[in-house]
Design a protein around this ligand. Structure first.
Ligand code: BGC
Length: 758
């Protein structure tokens, strides 16, 4: 919910949030909520308050050996004795709607009827790419694929459906979206990001948040969102999950903070903290990050929840607290409002002691609990804590499948199409090979009915694998495949079998990539695709048949050793439940691909240079003092993505030569023509290059994009407006500045310059 509108003033580039004077008066509803919070706080015991700050996993209230049956004794211990305010997660995997209703009803029954102040429990879940923890829930492409669609409205639609289905289960808090920048492709959560670009991530994240929360959390089409993981989680120095990041202040402000700022402006209700440490300080222990930046600079007023077990880890992993109790003191005093403990009540016990000992001020407790209660009120939990009857009608509607299909279609990115080998007509005979060909986990990735997403038996019967989707379209007799549903099965790497089968077909569709994985278990030491898969591709090369490579993977795995011999390459990301049929539609040409890479695809594992690199990073000096400008040589750059049509650009025009004042705008217009034979979607991207600046400027930065549709021979003029703010960067004093000088607008292969004057 957007609770306040801090006035943002750019003063010498410094963003100042004028909280006091600039805030608009509170609405009567907000005042009413504040009164209710104050009144509740005045009635609550200290122990009740501390309980509200505790979040436990469902495991602690389940019967032993059951994943859905609550144990009444354990439930009483949690709700009555330890007074927990929040519960999360599933055990094992997705529950049915009925199981969710049953679980939530029992929890709320006890919380609202037998606690002193009848405070309902706030249940939280990870619905990361659709309602992935509800059986039969709709699963969309992961964020990395959504970013490739460049379609904000479509991203909004997927989030809206996720909100409807999540709320239908009775859950009103979704730990999404991930706003970490995907700038370290080794990182196992890369697929959860919107890629490497700050503008694209900010726009996508903000759109999803608005769609999750709508304009009223108390309605059955909304859930509270959670911007995560604040901040700097996504670029661990080692590439491994939950390991330290080192981020210079300037980059932190220019690249990592803006998506969170956009999320706050979009009205996100909650934030989850980065499990890792940034520059030697665990974020859970940092009042600089959690107060100075999050609260004072970004103006965030909502609830800050820890990540999994992360307060304990200040002691067990980060070694900044000598005891678990000290860890609690450090985190709460730094600004964490709720602890995802999650398997015991140690947080509650220690915090009660710490308050009694005067180590944590009751005012800090009231602040944290005030935020929790406010959210519970806004979500309508005090009026009706139980799963809402009407909300269930919103689950599993047919039209959601169409949205999932459209999202998958628009995400698929055509990286290469030598001699127009694609599309492949439907009367061809095909060999479908590789470990991803019959794998549902490879299509879905992490957080898909289970945390790891790798249990094929959990997927609905109706979900098609790539092989099945090809059989449906080309006919069973025209498809040959030995691919096995188990990713690691030997049949998937049978080079001899491939050579034999290839003799019988017109073309080979090779499905390579990654099995599903989530978080730390997905760690890798090498970006290069594994040898067994590369061997398969090399065997395919030998057949002389046209090869269409389909990549289903959460991060770009290096394929330079086989790329040249592949005739066409499609990047599918983690396209979700409709991914297989979407891929077939692209292969047949029924859908003209339009996805654009949201990251730079590296050519070598040791050469991960992103598109917004510095000029000096393009310099190669292989022979001393003789240098070229070819050191930036990715396999494919950010924004790359082909079509079955050709889009020509002309007439790039700027409406003026200078911009001067704060509100001055400059308009760039360009004509785009579909010179191909088929209609197609196409994203027009505008990049800006600051020619000279006091801090070395980036090669270019994405500033605007617009997705259009053009029939053959049609032309559209696309116009973008830029203001002074778009020219700014974080300068020598680590504050936002716009410096006078020349800027270059780049759209496709056209460019034009203008000046900024003070
Ligand atoms: C992840 C979070 C997630 C939480 C709760 C953690 O391991 O880092 O992204 O929200 O678990 O499931």
């Amino acid at each position: 919910m957007l609770n306040h509108f801090p006035l943002i003033v750019f003063f010498s580039g410094l963003v100042i949030l004028l909280e006091a004077e600039a805030q608009p008066p509170k609405s009567s509803n907000e005042t009413e909520i504040d009164h209710k919070v104050t009144e509740l706080l005045s009635r609550m015991s200290m122990e009740e308050k501390v309980g509200q700050m505790s979040q436990v996993a469902i495991d602690v209230i389940l019967k032993d050996n059951s994943s859905t049956q609550l144990d009444p004794q354990k439930l009483r211990k949690a709700i009555i004795e330890k007074k927990v305010g929040s519960i999360l997660n599933v055990k094992g995997g997705a529950y049915t709607l009925d199981e969710w209703h049953n679980i939530l009803s029992q929890i709320q029954e006890l919380a609202t009827k037998e606690t002193p102040n009848s405070i309902p429990v706030l249940y939280g879940i990870d619905a990361i790419h659709g309602s992935n923890y509800i059986r039969g829930g709709t699963l969309f492409p992961h964020n990395i694929g959504m970013a490739a669609t460049r379609n904000l409205d479509l991203a909004g639609e997927t989030a809206h459906i996720t909100a409807l289905e999540t709320r239908a289960s009775g859950i009103r808090w979704n730990f999404d979206p991930v706003l970490g920048m995907g700038r370290e492709p080794l990182w196992s959560r890369f697929e959860e990001t919107f890629g490497e670009d700050v503008y694209l991530t900010s726009k996508m994240g903000a759109k999803m948040i608005s769609a999750y929360e709508k304009d009223n959390l108390n309605k059955i089409d909304a859930v509270a969102s959670c911007m995560k993981h604040f901040i700097g989680y996504s670029v661990p120095g080692s590439g491994k999950d939950r390991t330290p990041s080192y981020i210079p202040e300037r980059q932190l402000r220019e690249i990592f903070l803006p998506p969170f700022q956009a999320a706050v402006e979009a009205g996100t209700s909650t934030v989850m903290i980065n499990s890792g440490e940034v520059n030697g300080v665990p974020v859970h222990a940092s009042s600089y990050f959690l107060k100075t930046i999050l609260r004072e600079e970004l103006g965030f007023e909502g609830l800050a929840v820890s990540d999994w077990e992360d307060i304990k880890r200040l002691h067990t992993r980060h070694k900044i607290a000598a005891t678990l109790k000290e860890a609690v003191k450090i985190a709460v005093n730094a600004g964490v409002d709720m602890s995802m403990i999650p398997y015991d009540y140690s947080f509650y016990d220690y915090l009660v002691e710490l308050v009694k000992e005067g180590e944590v001020d009751i005012a800090r407790i009231d602040e944290a609990v005030g935020r929790i209660l406010k959210l519970k009120i806004e979500l309508g939990l005090f009026e009706n804590a139980f799963p809402e009857k009407n909300s269930q009608d919103n689950f599993g509607e047919k039209k959601y499948t169409q949205v999932a299909k459209q999202a998958a279609l628009e995400s698929i990115t055509l990286l290469k199409n030598e001699s127009d080998v694609l599309p492949l007509s439907v009367n061809k005979k095909l060999l479908i090979a590789g470990p991803c060909a019959n794998s549902l986990p490879a299509l879905h990735g992490s957080w898909s009915f289970t945390w790891q997403g790798d249990d094929a038996s959990r997927y609905p019967e109706s979900t098609q694998t790539v092989v099945e989707a090809f059989e449906n379209t080309y006919g069973r007799s025209n498809i040959i495949s030995r691919s096995h549903s188990d990713f690691d099965h030997n049949d998937n790497y049978d080079t001899q079998g491939l050579l034999e089968d290839a003799a019988l077909v017109d073309a080979i569709v090779l499905c390579l990539g990654e099995n599903a994985y989530a978080e730390s278990p997905g760690g890798i030491d090498d970006l290069t695709l594994d040898d067994r898969q590369l061997e398969l591709a090399k065997a395919a090369e030998k057949t002389g048949k046209p090869i269409v490579l389909i990549l289903l993977q959460g991060r770009p795995r290096v394929i330079a050793s086989i790329e040249e011999k592949m005739d066409a390459i499609l990047y599918g990301y983690r396209p979700g439940s409709q991914g297989a049929s979407a891929l077939v539609e692209v292969v047949t040409g029924r859908f003209n691909p339009a996805g654009r890479l949201p990251f730079t695809y590296p050519r070598a594992t040791g050469d991960v240079l992103l598109y917004d690199h510095k000029f000096s990073e393009t310099i190669s000096e292989d022979i001393p003092n003789l240098f070229g400008k070819d050191a930036y040589r990715p396999q494919w750059t950010f924004g790359h993505g082909l079509s079955y049509s050709t889009f020509n650009y002309s007439d790039l025009k700027l409406n003026k030569e200078f911009i001067q004042s704060e509100n001055d705008t400059i308009r760039a217009s360009v004509k785009v023509t579909n010179a191909g034979k088929v209609g197609g979607h196409h994203t027009v991207e505008l990049y800006l290059r600051d020619q000279y600046a006091s801090v070395t400027p980036s090669n270019k930065k994405l500033k605007r994009f617009k997705k259009i549709y053009l029939e053959p021979n049609a032309t559209e003029e696309v116009t973008f407006s830029l203001t002074k703010k778009d020219l700014s960067f974080v300068g020598l004093n680590n504050e936002w500045v716009t410096e006078p000088g020349e800027f270059e607008v780049l759209i496709a292969d056209l460019s034009s310059t203008f000046n900024y004057q003070e």
